[in-house]
Design a protein around this ligand. Structure first.
Ligand SMILES: [Zn+2]
Ligand SMILES: [Zn+2]
Length: 107
């Protein structure tokens, strides 16, 4: 499959971000989920891959205040907690799509 690319990115409400992909798939990411999935070096240990940010570190009312495309492969997101070093590649975002058809419950 080709690298996924978004057709449209929007914040449908104050709690989530929606990405509509070119293949028609829609992903809805909760703001907190998105913040917790941040792949930057401050949130994930580069060597172990261990996540150093915890759910309790992220305020419930967290929201993205800005985003912009990085080249044609990623999305850079600035959050209301001042964290703006997260660069989410489209592939990463698509992999982390929380919808039931991408992530069927295994338990
Ligand atoms: Zn981060
Ligand atoms: Zn999905």
């Amino acid at each position: 499959m080709a690298t996924p690319s978004p057709k449209h990115i929007e914040a449908p409400d104050s709690r989530s971000v929606r990405i509509v992909w070119r293949d028609g798939h829609e992903s809805l990411y909760g703001n907190q989920y998105l913040r917790l999935s941040c792949p930057c070096a401050a949130c994930v240990n580069e060597w172990t891959g261990e996540r150093t940010i915890r759910e309790s570190d992220v305020p419930m009312e967290i929201r993205p205040v800005s985003w912009h495309l990085v080249g044609n492969y990623a999305l850079s997101v600035g959050f209301s907690d001042g964290h703006d070093t997260g660069i989410y590649s489209f592939e990463f975002l698509r992999d982390h799509c929380p919808c039931p058809s991408c992530h069927p419950k295994t338990r």
